[in-house]
Design a binder for this molecule. Structure first.
Ligand code: TMP
Length: 263
């Protein structure tokens, strides 16, 4: 697994030859290695859990909702929370990125255009926020290891897509190479025109909420996720132009198929 072009989670067309060479020269580990080369992270070996050994770097009991702005990830997570609110087992933990921690707050002020930051700085902040989200006290890893089901509104793919558009592939891939892969990634796919019509009802728009950018977001999600699934990650795409209820039923059928519901 030496050649980034052959194996990257990022599609070939997004990886210029010099990027691949630079990564090799600099010794940076491309995200491609998540599924194969990287030895299992500490959570699989150090924290002994009834769930047993984690195969590769797939994080058990962890699911993610992804999509462009206005695709409905936040709405769908709250509907899922509603569905699971009276369920005793598994314990359900809905969460989101950027988080509501201090790094997340910094990111949100940049997204609202209150704090001007270089795209690279923002890419690094997203990764810092994610590191705390995943590995922090009471973070995702601690929770899945104690048998909770964690579903996050956005995760690594958001950085590969959004920061990939802004900064090129290399930086987001390098920054995200130590974050494991969710057991399932649910992509809410919708035409940017429909999605932006939903978003435009809000008073203030984030830096990424405009048509041209969202077209790129959609294309890039498809490419990144294609590669993700060809590497063995489970990816489910839902047509998010359907009604909220229909999408919610599909999200539920995917989430309820996870092994944790069969324990
Ligand atoms: P949201 O809270 O409405 O989903 O907005 C978060 C915004 O931040 C959305 O435009 C996607 C963007 N984002 C990134 O650019 N990179 C990331 O890693 C994450 C988690 C979000």
């Amino acid at each position: 697994m030496n050649n980034l072009r052959e194996s990257s989670l990022i599609p070939r067309s997004y990886v210029p030859a010099e990027t691949s060479q630079n990564i090799r020269r600099s010794g940076l580990k491309p995200i491609v290695n998540l599924l194969s080369d990287v030895p299992p992270l500490e959570y699989s070996s150090k924290l002994k859990t009834p769930l047993g050994v984690v195969p590769g770097n797939i994080i058990p009991n962890f699911a993610v909702l992804e999509g462009g702005d206005g695709s409905g990830t936040t709405t769908q997570l709250s509907l899922l929370t509603e569905r699971l609110k009276n369920t005793e087992k598994p314990v359900f933990f809905p969460t989101f990125e950027p988080t509501d921690g201090q790094i997340g707050a910094l990111i949100r002020s940049a997204l609202r255009k209150e704090l001007p930051l270089n795209p690279e700085t923002l890419a690094m902040l997203f990764a810092c926020d994610r590191n705390e989200h995943l590995y922090g006290d009471d973070g995702i890893i601690v929770r899945v290891n104690r048998g909770e089901l964690v579903v996050s509104d956005r995760y690594v793919c958001s950085s590969l897509v959004y920061q990939g558009i802004e900064c090129g592939d290399e930086l987001p891939m390098a920054l995200n190479s130590r974050f494991g892969i969710p057991q399932v990634t649910i992509f809410l796919d919708v035409e940017p025109e429909i999605a932006l019509a939903r978003v435009n009802k809000r008073k203030t728009l984030d830096i990424y909420e405009y048509r041209e950018f969202q077209e790129k977001v959609r294309d890039r999600y498809r490419a990144v996720l294609d590669n993700y699934s060809s590497m063995g990650a489970r990816v489910e795409t839902i047509d998010a132009s359907k009604s909220i209820e229909e999408v919610s039923d599909q999200v539920w059928s995917i989430i309820s198929s996870l092994p944790i519901f069969k324990l």
